[in-house]
Design a protein around this ligand. Structure first.
Ligand SMILES: Nc1ncnc2c1ncn2[C@@H]1O[C@H](COP(=O)(O)OP(=O)(O)OP(=O)(O)O)[C@@H](O)[C@H]1O
Ligand SMILES: [Mg+2]
Length: 273
């Protein structure tokens, strides 16, 4: 267990890193002998802050073609690594369905209303039993899609579809939520809303763990506690750098973008891509 205390605006922020929630061990992936990913090792731990229900937010960054989507698919259990393993909650191998996955093109059932889709998601979550309707209404209000509930996906804007799609995964009750490019193609106002929403999701449960794959470095780093940078090497891509933003006091601050250390960290990340 790592115990840290650090200073920000004269306030001491105490946190501990506790149980491992997700562990990648010696993960390699190749296609017909061509290595894509090699020796990927990292662990995501439960960050605990006294008095705060603090989830985890991780950014996975890297250049185009480096293997982000491949690693995303492995973490989602949609594909098996050639060797190595990805485990969650102790030593369970991750399988399809263990994680909520929000793809870049927000898949919704075109023939169901948003409410019907969300109702189906809640039926997979035993914790919501008896309170399904209330949960849908509460999150719809938070995500600003109350007026969309009885519409079909094709009657929604891109931003509304995205929020409905995030809500759908959230209501299934998975603590792990994977997002592939959640910020692409959004206008500035909608972008702010999505950022806010992801932060709310991350604070909704101590164990909620968001993993974001994005090209929008500034936005994803601003809401993350940890950054992994995937870089190419001879034998395939691997995690070249891990940045602990909590240790740098750059996590959990709303105005972090105004912080000089934040700008320096962005420069550091860009230089290592
Ligand atoms: N089915 C496949 N067979 C062989 N090679 C593949 C396959 N799928 C992906 N690749 C290769 O794996 C590498 C990583 O692709 P991936 O889609 O993960 O990149 P990425 O980092 O997500 O890029 P982008 O930022 O452009 O989305 C690429 O070189 C790609 O050509
Ligand atoms: Mg990709």
């Amino acid at each position: 267990m790592v115990i840290s205390l650090h200073n920000f605006s004269n306030k001491m922020t105490a946190y501990t890193k506790q149980d491992v929630l997700l562990q990648a061990t010696d993960v390699c992936l190749s296609y017909d002998g061509t290595p894509i990913l090699h020796d990927i090792n990292f662990s995501i731990r439960n960050i605990v802050r006294p008095g705060v229900s603090q989830g985890q937010v991780i950014s996975l960054l890297g250049r185009s073609g480096v293997g982000k989507t491949q690693l995303f698919r492995l973490m989602a259990g949609l594909q098996k690594p050639t060797s190595g393993s990805i485990t969650i909650n102790g030593n369970k191998q991750v399988e399809a369905g263990d994680m909520g996955v929000v793809f870049q093109h927000y898949y919704l059932f075109e023939w169901k209303t948003i409410y019907q889709s969300l109702r189906m998601a809640t039926s997979q979550n035993p914790l919501l039993k008896g309170n399904e309707k209330e949960a849908i209404e509460k999150w719809a209000a938070t995500f600003d899609i109350t007026a969309c509930l009885h519409k079909y996906p094709q009657q929604l804007s891109g931003g509304q579809r995205q929020r409905a799609s995030i809500m759908q995964q959230l209501l299934k009750g998975s603590k792990f939520l994977l997002f592939d490019e959640p910020f692409s193609g959004l206008d500035v106002c909608v972008l702010d809303k999505v950022v806010d929403m992801l932060l709310q999701v991350s604070m909704a449960d101590e164990l909620n763990t968001l993993i974001i794959v994005s090209h929008d470095i500034e936005t994803s780093v601003a809401i993350s506690d940890t950054v992994y940078i995937l870089g190419k090497e001879e034998g395939g891509s691997t995690i070249k750098k891990e940045i602990d933003l909590v240790e740098r006091d750059l996590a959990w601050h709303k105005d972090v973008r105004r912080n000089k250390a934040f700008a320096d960290t962005l420069d550091e990340i860009k230089a290592s891509l």
